[in-house]
Design a protein around this ligand. Structure first.
Ligand SMILES: NC(=O)c1ccc[n+]([C@@H]2O[C@H](COP(=O)([O-])OP(=O)(O)OC[C@H]3O[C@@H](n4cnc5c(N)ncnc54)[C@H](OP(=O)(O)O)[C@@H]3O)[C@@H](O)[C@H]2O)c1
Length: 323
């Protein structure tokens, strides 16, 4: 028996890469129910088969959920509500590396932010509304070193500056323009990805203020982990030349096990650790997981505006205060 025996985890984007590895590690570390989500039933079932074969444990349940289609997220929450049991660890891992040109969902949301934030917001609000999170639940959303602003070609935008220059300082309107990638917001793959991961950290900071005592939420970067499918959108040169070279440079990348292991490390943080962003040390891509306290993560007005814009874009879904 371990202290996770009898515990339930839910992992989004669990058919591939870090999500698949995290689901395996959770079962291996004693979780007795691991709910895995994928965008299609076929992918979810294939992942369950692979996980059962690897771990030898029959603890995986599947759910289909596509953050690009909010009705599937609402349906997933409804399905979960019809099943018994509360979730102890909610891992909002799904995400994409940015495409070269801007891509939008049918709801007019830029695809990187849709995958990372909007669907996850709706899912989390619905789980809270339905009372499906344990009183000491741990919520982790995938962050990235890119959000620090010290990784070449990944520069998060300065939201305050963007709002002042274009929206008379209205942060919420400025952030909604970024979420929808409507002019004057300008798409740039690296900068958009970095900005979205800052938003993930801000979202965690704002949600932490709302959660009941005992539950926590943090943004956690898995660190540079090349052996996933994230690079499918990357240019040929990056995929076939740069990344294979990175793998041989000490400190530039680590294994899938180490990357997913960071999520599980954060699931074990105490109740006092909440609303924070954890990643590799500044200017590092791997190594120990540390709290990042750079100035641009400490922006309470930006965090509130991000929350409001996210709630609006997710269909007017806000924190269920009656709970
Ligand atoms: N790998 C790294 O070096 C690294 C570094 C920092 C942060 N991260 C973050 O780690 C997370 C996992 O990435 P990964 O590297 O493991 O990539 P991956 O192998 O491509 O896995 C991404 C997962 O997210 C799912 N997904 C993508 N868009 C989705 C959407 N709209 N709705 C629902 N699910 C969606 C994918 O489903 P499909 O298979 O159907 O596309 C897949 O299951 C991401 O949030 C990424 O930003 C990765």
């Amino acid at each position: 028996m371990t202290d996770t025996a009898g515990s339930t985890a839910l992992v989004t984007g669990a058919n591939s890469g870090l999500g698949l590895e995290a689901a395996a590690q959770l079962a291996e570390q004693g979780y007795d129910r691991v709910i895995i989500t994928a965008r299609t039933n076929q992918k979810a079932e294939a992942a369950r088969d692979a996980l059962q074969t690897r771990t030898g444990r029959d603890v995986f349940e599947t759910i289909t959920l596509d953050n690009d289609k909010l009705d599937t997220v609402a349906a997933a929450a409804a399905t979960l509500a019809s099943r018994a049991g509360k979730i102890d660890f909610l891992l909002l891992n799904a995400g994409i590396a940015p495409t070269k040109e801007v891509t939008k969902t049918n709801d007019g949301v830029e695809a990187t932010v849709a995958a990372t934030l909007i669907g996850h917001h709706l899912l989390t609000m619905r789980l809270l509304e339905e009372g499906l999170l344990a009183s000491d639940a741990r919520i982790v959303i995938a962050g990235s070193e890119a959000a620090r602003g010290d990784v070449p070609t990944f520069n998060p935008i300065d939201v305050d500056e963007f709002a002042a220059a274009n929206f008379d300082g209205d942060l919420e309107a400025a952030i909604e323009a970024q979420i929808r990638m409507d002019p004057p917001a300008k798409y740039h793959p690296g900068n958009t990805y970095a900005t979205v991961k800052v938003f993930a950290a801000w979202w965690a900071a704002e949600l932490a203020r709302k959660l009941p005592e005992g539950m926590t939420v943090n943004a956690v970067s898995p660190g540079s982990t090349p052996d996933t499918n994230a690079i499918r959108n990357a240019p040929f040169f990056m995929r076939r030349v740069m990344l294979p070279i990175f793998k041989f440079i000490p400190g530039m990348s680590h294994s899938l096990g180490d990357g997913a292991g960071r999520y599980l490390e954060a699931a074990r943080f105490g109740p006092e650790v909440t609303g924070k962003f954890f990643a590799s040390k500044p200017k590092k891509m791997t190594g120990p997981l540390v709290e990042i306290d750079m100035d641009h993560f400490d922006n309470p007005q930006g965090q509130r505006a991000l929350w409001n814009a996210t709630s609006k874009v997710a269909g007017g879904v806000d924190y269920p205060v009656h709970n």
